[in-house]
Design a protein around this ligand. Sequence first.
Ligand code: MG
Length: 260
Amino acid sequence: MLTSKAAEVKSPAEIALMRRAGGVVGDVLAALAARVAPGLTTGEIDRQARAELKARGVKPAFLHYHGFPAVICVSVNHEVVHGIPSDARVLREGDLVGLDFGCVVDGWYADAAVTVGVGRVCEEAARLLRVTRESLERGIAAARAGARLGDIGAAVQGHAEAAGCSVVREFVGHGIGRALHEDPPVPNYGRPGSGLRLKAGMTLAIEPMVNLGGPEVETLADGWTAVTKDRRLSAHFEHTVAVTEREAEILTLPAGQKLS
Ligand code: MG
């Protein structure tokens, strides 16, 4: 039988280590998101992220990954993912800014992303943020032992498309643990009841990238920045989760916060 790629099952002790990495990711992302404001450059966000890591004595996951030059991906408006921070990129009122960040603690990785509005955003941008955040919540709710990988994708895709948005196909979530990207790929689309059967102890990064317009993306000449082909807005939310027999445990929440 043709099945999806295998996924490693982590022990409770290993998940405890990932929980430490995830707590750092959640706290740093919350701190960075709170400082997003008009006039800030995306290069300054990278420096802030480096300072947050240094203060905690924690290593970045993205720096030098396949040559990526920063500790955080910052993707603005029609940029979908993998935006390179730059001192030339100044945030303006009404922009949407995606912050995608990971770290490694004692050899264990965590990865999460949040998209926030800069100051006041227009109604359709606010709607895209809400729909994408909800799509992540639906995907996480579908990730439980006994369900299948396709249930996660179908939950994300179903919610995004019912709201008139589209999901990106070229970039997907992933297993995570001792490496930033492990098997299996975790698409944001799929058929319910299809694909790999989920087991307690699997750790997955679920990360819907949702577009206001069409799903097509292209990569800019910098070799990294993915943008929507129609240049309409895109948003990205991500959590690292551990599958359990009940609700998945979100490993990348800021201290003291629960997913609403
Ligand atoms: Mg990821």
